[in-house]
Design a protein around this ligand. Structure first.
Ligand code: PMP
Length: 361
């Protein structure tokens, strides 16, 4: 039988038609340093606790829709109440929920994490993109101008920023939060500022969490993905309970599965393992940066995250050359031309990367 024909694209909403999917292609390689994952699993299967194992016997049941145990543990750790925490299937999902709940315009600096733009467009919301300054820091003047002009509902600031690796200056972030808070009389604009702390564990700068007490328009996003649990898909946001209540209205009922909830709780209890993985990555980042500085023809940028951005002549060729030798890094073409981004791996992986890079150059 002949299949009926229909131009599917003609049925798609115009703003989705022009959207490009997030690139997450699986490329086979020996050394995988492209996705800002941790090279270490922050959970040891040998230690599978009863609380995790018992979940395998109840897979016929839906997970706890409110992720009570996980939220309670996170609340204790962050010295807030469970009502201040919302769980997501990765922090990606919470970005989706925030934009669904509050709508646009959505303002963010560029280059930054691509999902702020992709999700805004998917939901048909206006995007306001403000270029970072030459030091990859916030251009506060331009941001304030845009705030006045476009009156954004949401402002996303990833600090440390992906893909540049630096933290934004805390004073600059504060200026933005202040300008759109009820304390500011200069602009009549009220917006939520989402400080995305996906990489904060690797930074020496302080988290913005304590400022939740002062600013009702502040949201902090965090994730377990970068600290050794990317496969779990667990992220969370911390904010005023009124914000959590509103965002919770659009949350899918069983968004974080029972195994992920249970493993996340166990893994978070093992602070020693988490901290030792983070410490090793931070120390390797230092070594990697120092070694990269010695390589001619490349310019590595300092990083507060678990990856290093670097400029290199013939970036496409180097990207391909590395892959040919089994080393996968991220080509930032189209985002920051001429740049590649390498995730900090194990000492052995980093050594292979450095050796291969030196050979190619
Ligand atoms: N925020 C930033 C800045 C990121 O780089 C990423 C992952 N690349 C995320 C959020 C999303 O992380 P996840 O959905 O895995 O929690």
């Amino acid at each position: 039988m002949k299949k009926t024909n229909i131009a599917i694209a003609s049925l798609v909403k115009p703003h989705v038609q022009s959207l490009r999917a997030y690139e997450a292609v699986e490329i086979p390689c020996r050394v995988k340093l492209d996705a800002n994952e941790s090279p270490y699993s922050a959970y040891s299967i040998q230690h599978t606790a009863f609380s995790v194992r018992k979940n395998f016997q109840t897979l016929n049941r839906y997970p706890d829709p409110e992720a009570k145990a996980l939220r309670k543990l996170l609340a204790n750790e962050f010295k807030v109440k469970p009502e201040n925490i919302l769980h997501g299937n990765g922090s990606d999902e919470l970005i989706y929920y925030l934009i669904t709940t509050f709508g646009g315009p959505v303002l963010y600096p560029v280059p930054t994490f691509s999902m702020y733009g992709i999700i805004s467009q998917a939901l048909g919301e206006k995007k306001i993109e403000i270029r970072l300054d030459k030091k990859f820091d916030l251009d506060v003047e331009k941001i304030l101008e845009a705030i006045k002009k476009y009156r954004p509902k949401l402002i996303f600031l990833s600090s440390p920023n992906n893909p540049t690796g630096n933290s934004f200056s805390s004073e600059k972030i504060l200026k933005v939060i202040d300008a759109v808070s009820s304390r500011c009389t200069q602009y009549d604009v009220r917006s939520l500022v989402v400080v995305d702390e996906a990489y904060q564990a690797f930074s020496s700068k302080k988290s913005f969490l304590p400022l939740l007490k002062k600013y009702k328009n502040l949201v902090i996003l965090k994730t377990l993905s970068k600290i050794g649990l990317a496969g779990l898909r667990v992220g969370f946001m911390t904010a005023d309970s009124e914000i959590i209540k509103e965002v919770n209205k659009v949350r899918l009922p069983f968004n974080v599965n029972s195994l992920s909830q249970a493993v996340a709780v166990e893994a978070l209890k093992d602070r020693r393992l988490l901290q030792s993985c983070i410490k090793s990555i931070v120390s390797e980042r230092k070594r990697l940066l120092n070694e990269m500085k010695k390589v001619g023809n490349i310019k590595p940028y300092p990083s507060d995250a678990n990856f290093i951005l670097f400029k290199v002549v013939n970036s496409d060729k180097i990207h391909k050359g590395l892959l040919k030798k089994g080393v996968l890094v991220r080509n930032m073409k189209g985002v920051i031309d001429g740049c590649l981004r390498v995730t900090v791996g194990t000492p052995e992986e980093n050594t292979i990367f450095l050796k291969t890079l030196k050979q190619l150059l």
